[in-house]
Every structure is written in C-alpha cells, then in structure tokens.
Design a protein around this ligand. Structure first.
Ligand code: HC1
Ligand code: SF4
Length: 564
C-alpha cells in the first residue's frame, strides 16, 4: 500500500482541523510563555490557517468549537490549576493530544492525569480535584511534552528579571549540571551542544553579580553522601567507625565566615544521628523524594539525609558566602537555573528552611525559562565570548557534571567512596555498567585483597533507576525478593536523569537524550580533575568553615529530614 501524506487534499484536511482548534484557542499568544516555542503556533503558520479561517465561515467554526469546549469545561472540572508549587495547568489551551497523560501515566506510572470523557469529548483531566491534593511529584514530564502552554512550569522568570532590574539585592546565580548541555539547544544551537562559557557570559549579561556553579555543590554532596554511605556500610558490616579526622581548622579564618556561631548552634541542636540502614537511596532528586514520601514512606530511613546539591549550594551561599561578603542572607537573591520543575517545589519545602530564615534559594527557573529570559533581553548566547565561573563556589570536577546523567551520581560517589575506603583509585573511573539510557542498571564492585582490614574482598552492589515507572519496577523486584540485595541505589525521577528533566527544551528528536548524555560525559573526560574529593575549593570550604564531612555543622547546613 502506498500512503501519501503530503497531497493537496491532505493539506486541506489538516488546515481544516487546525482551524477548528484555533477557532477556540485563547488568543493570548503575545503573552503566552511558550510564544515562539509552540508546536501549534508553528503548524498554524506552516499551514496558513488564518487564510483558511478567512475563506471559511469563522462564526460557524467558532460555534462548533464552542460546543466542544463548553462540554469540556463542564466535564473536566477545573480548567485552571495553580495549586502546585511547580506545575501550572491551563486546559483552555489544551489541544487534547493526550501526550501529557501518556507521560504521567505510562512513562512515570503516576496516574495524576488521565483521559476523561468519550469519543470526541475525550480530553486530559486531573484525576483529583487539584494538583495539590494529588500524588503529583512535580517531575514536569507532562509539561515537557505539551505542544502548547496548557501544562507548564510555574513561571518565575519575569520576577527574576524584575529583581535583576531593581538592583536591590546582591544577585547570585547557580546552574545545574544538565543546563549547560541544553541551553544552547533551547536557543537553536542543536542538541548536545555545550555552551558552558557562553552560558556564564549570558548570566553576567543579564546582570548577575556572582555566577557560581551547582557542580561545586555536587562535589560537596559526594563528600557528604560518600561519607554517609561508608558509615552505613561499616555499621552493616560490623566494623568500627574510622577514627575521626583531626579538626585543625577551628582556629583558621572561620570566624570571619561566621562559622563559630553556626557550629555552636549545630552542636546545641544535636542534629547528627547514627548511620541509617542499607540500601541507601540517593536524595538529590526532589521528584524521587516526593515519590518516597507519598507512596513508599517505609523507605524514608533508607534515603540519604543529604540535601540535594542545589540546596547545599543555597545553604553555602546564604551562610558562608554572605558572611564572606559581610552581608546578611536576606541581602542576597539566589537564583537557581535547573533542568527540573520539581526544584521549584524543593526550594519551598519547610525542611529546607533554616530557623528564622527565608528560602535559601529564592527563585528556580528552568532551562526553558532561562532561554526565555535571554530571548527577552536579546542576549545572543551563541555569539558571546566564553566567561569563567566566579570562585571559590564555581570550581568543580568531572565527577560533578555527570550528576546530570542517570547513573552519574552513583559513578561520582563510587569514584570517591572507593578511593577513600580502599586507599587507591577505582581501577577504571568510567563505570560502564551504569552508563546509558536503560531504565534500570546495576553493577557490583569487589574491594581488592589489599584493602584495609574488614574491607578486603567485600562486594558492593549498586543499582540505578531513572523514570519513576522504572523505579517502581526495581522496588517491586526488591520487595518480592527477586534479584540481589543492593547496598546503594540511585533514583532520578526523569527518564535519562536530569538531562531529561521536565524543564529541559521540548524536543521531538528521538536521539536528543543520547546527544545530551554524550555531551555530559565529554565534559567529564575533558576535565583535568575527575574526582570530587580532589576539588580544592570544596576541601578549603571544609577547612575554613564546615569542619569535617558529616560533622555537626555539615549536618546542620547540608542535611535534611523527610515527611510522610
Ligand atoms: Fe539535577 Fe542535581 S543532577 S538533581 O537533575 O543532583 O535539577 O542537572 O542540579 O540538586 O548537581 C537538577 C541536574 C541538579 C541537584 C546536581
Ligand atoms: Fe504527572 Fe509528573 Fe506531570 Fe505531576 S508533574 S502530573 S507526576 S507527569
């Protein structure tokens, strides 16, 4: 059979369908957040739909579409929902393609969105009365596939531009690992293009006073999470905790950075508790944290107590860096640029607030919103000269950037934990078994015979899952006793990890995730330092301010708790 998809008759038919959709689509393109990045807008231009509508009776088209939509309005319940900290719904713009439902239901296995109605009335709808009453984990996978602006991240980019314009505060920007391999794509340089230096230059051009890197805090996370993992392993293996490192830094320049006050408070609160159980789960991904809290509360003790790198960065900027500037936390406006919609929710969580203080991260804008800000301000990313991050909170290693890929947090943690425990580097820094886009991956590491007493010959079993649907499968297999017992498990809510985050550029390219993933691994390969424990600025931060990994001040500022 030969099927022709591009004949005059087919085109006319497409124009008719698009006209019906457009006849009742809100006419707010000029102010819509996806203006210029809208599949529907592109199609209406490509098929010259306005002329079709002029040739045919517009009132008739409108009447037909109105019938359609009043049915939708009465059946779908709320057409608008702004009850979520991360996701905004405006079903008036919905074209009923159903991609959001597939993302939520089939890919993420969340069932927050479903199809309601039958036949031509069939349309996406919330299963509960409001997002805030649902089990939504704010992953944004629905928003990432929406062809229009019917489901989108809660927009914050205008407020950030207002803050930049007002010049009332010291403006600090931090950027997540996966943004540097995607912001170019959002602005037309193609999937997998790396624009780190231009991205920093663009952030300076926007008016930020300091440009730091979440990658710095990813290295810091590895110091904290690696230490936590080793503590849990030693307890499970019946070994004594390692001798505490001498803290010779208390007489250094710490007081100038406000360390003493923070330390006294930390000691007073007795925050530090004993090691938790195995397997330990990573805690970087707020979508995964919400999944555990809402659906698997029995796993809460298994979550690492580490805050995400973004939130660690928030605490370091608002406590350590503010003190270095001689300013208060509230004098600083900290903007986090992330591939993730759930980070908006994470920044507002009560668990992330320090006593008597506001949010550590004031605004979270997605990669798409960042692109919008640059378009709005006419900043030509691709033609800017590369600029470096500010120091010391801009230094990072190859281990940090791979956080953006599924398996990256695990690989970075293994590079450090293995070396710190065994006293020699991993035989091969690239842990191939946990690379790639498979939804579930696993690896086993055997510690060498010349490892310290109690460790020699022991095995470490790790697993990695990305996408909540895959994570559920892994948990089911573990629950049913199938497969091995793991010691450490990384879960990222989005397929592919942060490179596939809900706030990343929308793409119909089936290879896009592979291209972004390759770009991230390339950045690691090209790094001169590829292990977090060799980040000199992180080591200096411990010496000057934090004390030792997992120590009282580190616990107070860099760790958190969870709520069921
Ligand atoms: Fe992620 Fe992470 S890797 S969670 O996706 O651990 O957002 O990129 O910033 O925090 O580092 C996101 C990315 C990011 C954190 C780090
Ligand atoms: Fe479903 Fe994630 Fe969208 Fe929430 S944010 S509705 S969980 S796809």
């Amino acid at each position: 059979m030969q099927v022709s998809t591009d004949t005059a008759k087919v085109k006319e038919s497409i124009r008719g369908v698009l006209s019906l959709l457009k006849a009742n689509h809100p006419a707010d393109c000029m102010t819509c957040d996806v203006n210029g990045r809208c599949e529907f807008q592109d199609l209406t231009l490509r098929y010259n739909v306005d002329s079709y509508m002029a040739e045919h009776s517009l009132p008739k088209l409108r009447q037909y579409s109105h019938e359609w939509d009043s049915e939708l309005a009465s059946e779908a319940g709320a057409l608008h929902d702004s009850s979520s900290a991360a996701i905004a719904i405006d079903f008036e713009k919905c074209l009923r393609c159903g991609r959001c439902v597939t993302a939520c239901d089939t890919v993420q296995d969340m069932n927050v969105l479903g199809m309601a109605g039958r036949g031509r009335e069939r349309h996406p709808a919330l299963i509960t009365e409001a997002m805030s009453l649902s089990k939504c984990i704010s992953c944004g996978q629905c928003a990432a596939v929406c062809p229009v602006g019917a489901i989108a991240e809660r927009s914050e980019w205008r407020e950030v531009l207002n803050q930049l314009d007002s010049k009332r505060k010291v403006m600090v920007c931090v950027t997540a690992p996966a943004v540097r391999v995607a912001i170019g794509e959002e602005l037309g340089t193609g999937p997998g293009s790396v624009t780190t230096g231009q991205m920093v230059a663009a952030q300076r051009a926007l008016g930020f006073d300091y440009v730091f890197d979440v990658n710095f805090a990813a290295d810091l996370t590895i110091m904290e999470e690696g230490t936590e993992l080793l503590g849990r392993l030693r307890t499970a293996w019946g070994l004594e905790p390692p001798a505490a490192a001498d803290d010779d830094s208390s007489s250094s320049s710490a007081s100038s950075a406000g360390r003493q006050g923070h330390q006294d408070e930390a000691a007073g609160r007795g925050h530090h508790q004993g090691p938790g159980p195995l397997p330990m789960f990573t805690s970087c991904c707020p979508g995964w944290i919400t999944t555990v809290e809402k659906s698997y509360p029995e796993l809460i003790p298994h979550l690492s107590t580490c805050k995400s790198p973004a939130q660690m960065m928030g605490a370091v900027v608002k406590c350590y860096f503010a003190a270095k500037l001689g300013r208060q936390a509230e004098d600083i406006c900290l903007v986090s640029i992330a591939p993730c919609t759930a980070k908006k929710y994470e920044a507002e969580r009560a668990e992330m607030l320090r006593e008597g203080e506001g949010q550590d991260i004031d605004y979270v804008v997605t990669t798409r919103e960042f692109g919008r800000m640059l378009r709005e301000r006419r900043i030509p990313l691709a033609s800017l000269l590369e600029a470096p991050f500010d120091h010391p909170l801009g230094e990072s290693t190859g281990a940090a950037v791979i956080f953006g890929n599924t398996g990256g947090v695990m690989e970075a943690a293994l590079r450090t934990a293995y070396e710190l425990a065994v006293g020699q580097p991993l035989p091969k820094l690239e842990v191939a078994a946990i690379r790639g886009l498979a939804g579930i991956k696993e690896a086993e590491l055997t510690l060498p015979d010349d490892a310290p007493p109690g460790l020699a010959g022991r095995s470490l079993r790790v697993a990695v899952a990305s996408g909540i649907g895959h994570a559920r499968h892994l948990l089911q297999a573990m629950h049913s006793g199938q497969g091995p017992r793991y010691d450490f498990i990384e879960v990222m809510a989005c397929p592919g990890g942060c490179i596939g985050g809900g706030g990343q550029p929308k793409s119909r390219d089936p290879l896009v995730l592979l291209k972004r993933m390759g770009a991230v691994y390339n950045l690691d390969e090209r790094s001169t330092i590829r292990k977090s424990h060799q980040n000199q600025s992180v080591l200096q931060l411990y010496k000057e301010f934090l004390g030792e990994p997992n120590g009282p001040l580190a616990h107070q500022l860099l760790h958190t708790s969870y709520t069921d």
